[in-house]
Ligand binder design. Structure first.
Ligand SMILES: Nc1nc2c(c(=O)[nH]1)N[C@H]1C(S)=C(S)[C@@H](COP(=O)(O)OP(=O)(O)OC[C@H]3O[C@@H](n4cnc5c(=O)[nH]c(N)nc54)[C@H](O)[C@@H]3O)O[C@H]1N2
Ligand SMILES: Nc1nc2c(c(=O)[nH]1)N[C@H]1C(S)=C(S)[C@@H](COP(=O)(O)OP(=O)(O)OC[C@H]3O[C@@H](n4cnc5c(=O)[nH]c(N)nc54)[C@H](O)[C@@H]3O)O[C@H]1N2
Ligand code: SF4
Ligand SMILES: [Mo]
Length: 691
């Protein structure tokens, strides 16, 4: 029996697991004992990583949808040629803007880099990632405030904090290993701010039930109060930040008198929260999708950053304004997918940066686009308007996960050519595509993953893949060859080569990893960026900004703020309730393509879409537990759900897990102004008994 250490490629913690393998079969999976992230623990998804492509085995060969609407198997060579021809012909006829690709935060760093090279650098098409649905808000907030997309913390800050504030974050369900670390000792205060009494809220010391999407008002009021009480760290503000005076003036209008009406939290309780922050010696504030997915999300994330900075809770152990990522390699996608920014961070319109990246890759800088890609929502809109004709999606399932997902169904119909690269041929997106490219799952491939605390770890092939099957890297490389990239693919032949290119692009950047050898990542404890050449690893837990120098031109962190805007969609008399959406259970992963293979999960979860409704509303409308109800959305769609009565919701709110396709049929096309991240968590709806 051989023990192979690899990385869990579900959530952004990227736990390490030991796979015991005999005769190319996994006999046992155990969490790696001394890995700094999970320290011998894991959740049910990690323990069941062996169950992928077993019950729903994908094809070995591509499937082409012929003129009669039948899917026929074709040879790989023909598929590569077909993709290349379609891309070239469409580009010739309609220009490079007529083709698009959507990638993901769940591929490896090397796969992302290669597809960016093929599709953005060479083809010149638009390419965004599903990270837009998830992390775009944090990216923009970090870039503007810190000068670089740099989550400052190390996971050990959870243990080191004496006061932990979770805003729009439900780690009990979404980051279970983190939750066990939060609760590893009872000496700290855990505070949760969420419109519903989530699994995390129930287990917290303090819970603040906030009106949906009113966090910005709460944070500004809290800041004003803390400034008035002089509970700020004046020395830190003076030395290391910019525009505090502007912020101080700005928040003056956010007064305790109005806070209850606007946020649902009483003045006394806001004062209590301010006192808890003031009393804490090491306060950390963690946010996830309840903040990122909103119409004014970037400014909300920045209000958290402002609060941490002005109270001196940054750059020290156990502190920080800390954004938790979602998908295993969201951080890799943010730095190396070549979509919204250039490889290694930095902007497309920065000529110096284009030159530096060109030098690292040994190419002429003219191959790089000079502007960022069109964002996801614009790509979909342009497919519908007929301007984008061909789409290639990799490792994402937007027919289910895209906001207002019937819009994606409409887009699919409009496309001249739709390519899906997935481990399953029966996802909601792959079922109706023109060309399905089957790939093996994470346990049969290699590469690098960067987790939420900037830690690089290695995905190692646990099993040898079957002959005739292909992994993502091979498929993308072959498409590049078929497109005629020739010498432009020199050095890209293997994931190791791609890693070395990417490493070179980071030289001198905040995320410098020039000191990391690809080989050294295997069987290691992972390495957090930055790690420039010549670095010596002294500690496995490193946080940023310990020297209080930021990545902005003047080295100071910026206070950024604006007036609270009105939600573009509010409840009306016709749609009087708010639908909130998010994760349902630890065992269910997004669109459930993978977790449907875990028998323990299948044994306990609902097979049909369900929605939580408060006891009060159910009583008023005479809805019984487990009765079917029809939910109609302001977006014009209605769907049937099983009603589950709960005590965790206020009367006027309902909650539906995103794991069922019905949920996103109801969400509405609203995005944050700066990040274009969808506002998944607020939809005006109405409900009725299903007749
Ligand atoms: N089991 C499981 N784990 C996962 C995933 C999964 O699919 N399944 N997905 C992974 C991914 S990609 C991600 S991004 C993370 C997401 O991790 P989380 O963001 O923690 O999960 P969500 O359930 O989307 O949302 C968190 C909370 O935000 C709250 N919320 C909604 N609106 C508001 C608001 O206006 N204000 C505040 N303060 N809170 C609000 C919701 O009620 C919810 O409890 O989970 C990761 N982990
Ligand atoms: N209503 C609502 N909607 C949401 C959210 C919400 O909170 N509320 N959250 C949003 C967020 S944060 C996220 S991250 C998105 C997630 O949305 P998606 O990315 O669409 O969801 P997944 O189910 O993770 O899709 C991943 C796909 O990749 C395939 N796959 C797995 N491994 C591999 C591989 O190695 N290679 C390839 N090529 N394919 C592979 C899987 O079979 C699956 O089809 O959903 C978003 N949608
Ligand atoms: S907590 Fe996340 S990374 Fe760890 S085993 Fe579970 S899904 Fe995998
Ligand atoms: Mo996500």
């Amino acid at each position: 029996m051989t023990k192979i250490q690899s990385t869990c490629n579900y959530c952004s913690l990227a736990c390490n697991m030991d796979f015991y393998v005999e005769d190319n079969k996994i006999v046992k999976v155990l969490p790696t004992k001394d890995y700094p992230v999970n320290k011998g623990f894991s959740c049910i998804k990690g323990l069941n990583l062996d169950k992928q492509n077993t019950m729903y085995r994908t094809m070995k060969k591509p499937l082409f949808m012929n003129g009669n609407g039948e899917r026929v198997e074709i040879e790989w060579e023909d598929a590569f040629k077909m993709v290349a021809e379609k891309i070239k012909n469409t580009k010739e006829k309609y220009g490079p803007d007529s083709i698009a690709a959507i990638s993901t935060g769940q591929l490896t760093l090397e796969e992302m880099a290669l597809v960016g090279h093929v599709f953005r650098n060479y083809v010149g098409g638009n390419m965004d990632g599903n990270t837009r649905l998830c992390m775009a808000t944090s990216v923009v907030a970090h870039k503007q405030s810190f000068g670089f997309d740099a989550p400052p913390y190390t996971l050990n800050d959870f243990e080191l904090s004496d006061t932990i504030i979770l805003i729009g974050s439900n780690p009990v369900v979404a980051h279970p290993v983190v939750w066990s670390r939060i609760r590893s000792n009872n000496e700290k205060v855990v505070i949760t701010i969420d419109p519903r009494k989530s699994e995390t809220a129930i287990n917290s010391d303090f819970y603040y039930g906030i009106k949906p999407k009113s966090d910005l008002i709460l944070l500004y009021t809290l800041s004003n109060l803390i400034i008035e009480k002089n509970w700020i760290d004046k020395d830190y503000i003076d030395k290391y930040s910019e525009n505090f005076e502007g912020f101080k003036e700005h928040v003056k209008k956010y007064k305790l008198e109005n806070v209850e009406e606007l946020t649902g939290i009483s003045a006394e309780r806001v004062l209590e929260l301010a006192e808890l922050i003031h009393k804490g010696k090491r306060v950390s504030i963690w946010w996830t999708m309840g903040v990122n997915q909103g119409y004014q999300a970037v400014r909300t994330a920045q209000a958290i950053i402002n609060l941490a900075v002005m109270t001196g809770n940054i750059g020290r152990p156990g502190t920080g304004p800390n954004s938790l990522t979602g998908q295993c390699n969201a951080m890799g996608s943010r730095l190396f997918s070549n979509t919204t920014g250039l490889y290694g961070g930095g902007d497309y319109d920065n000529e110096k940066r284009r030159e530096a990246v060109a030098q690292a890759l040994g190419v002429d800088s003219s191959i790089f686009p000079t502007k960022p890609t069109l964002p996801y929502n614009v790509i979909i809109e342009k497919i519908i308007s007929g301007e984008i004709k061909a789409l290639w999606i990799l490792c994402t399932n937007p027919r289910h996960s895209w906001i207002n997902n019937t819009q994606f169904a409409e887009a699919m119909k409009k496309l001249d050519f739709f390519i899906v690269q997935d481990i399953y041929d029966d996802t909601d997106s792959s079922l109706d595509c023109d060309l399905y490219l089957p790939v093996v799952s994470g346990i049969e491939k290699e590469g690098t993953i960067i987790n939420t605390e900037r830690r690089l770890s290695k995905l190692n092939p646990v099993l040898k893949k079957e002959e005739g099957t292909k992994n993502d890297y091979e498929v993308i490389l072959e498409i590049g060859k078929a497109l005629g990239m020739g010498k432009l693919l020199d050095g890209w032949e293997t994931p190791r080569g791609a890693f070395n290119y990417m490493k070179a692009t980071t030289k001198g950047m905040p995320c410098d990893i020039t000191g990391i050898e690809y080989e050294d990542l295997s069987y290691s404890k992972g390495i957090q960026w930055p790690f420039p050449a010549g670095s010596v690893l002294v500690d496995n837990e490193r946080r940023l900004f310990e020297e209080n120098i930021y990545y902005t031109p003047n080295g100071k962190v910026k206070f950024i703020f604006e007036d609270v805007a009105k939600n573009p969609l509010s409840v009306t008399s016709e749609f009087p309730y708010v639908l909130n959406t998010g994760r349902g259970t630890v065992g269910q992963w997004h669109t459930q393509t993978r977790t449907r293979e875990i028998p323990y999960v299948q044994g306990v979860i609902s097979k049909k879409a369900y929605i939580y409704i408060s006891k009060e509303l159910a009583n008023e409308l005479k809805i019984k537990d487990e009765e079917l109800i029809t939910v109609s959305s302001i977006n014009g769609q209605s769907r049937i759900f099983t009603a589950i009565i709960t005590k965790t919701l206020p009367k006027d709110q309902l909650y539906a897990p995103l794991h069922y396709i019905e949920t996103n049929s109801l969400t509405a096309s609203i995005y944050d102004t700066y990040s274009k991240e969808p506002s998944y968590k607020y939809v005006p709806i109405n409900i009725s008994k299903t007749l």
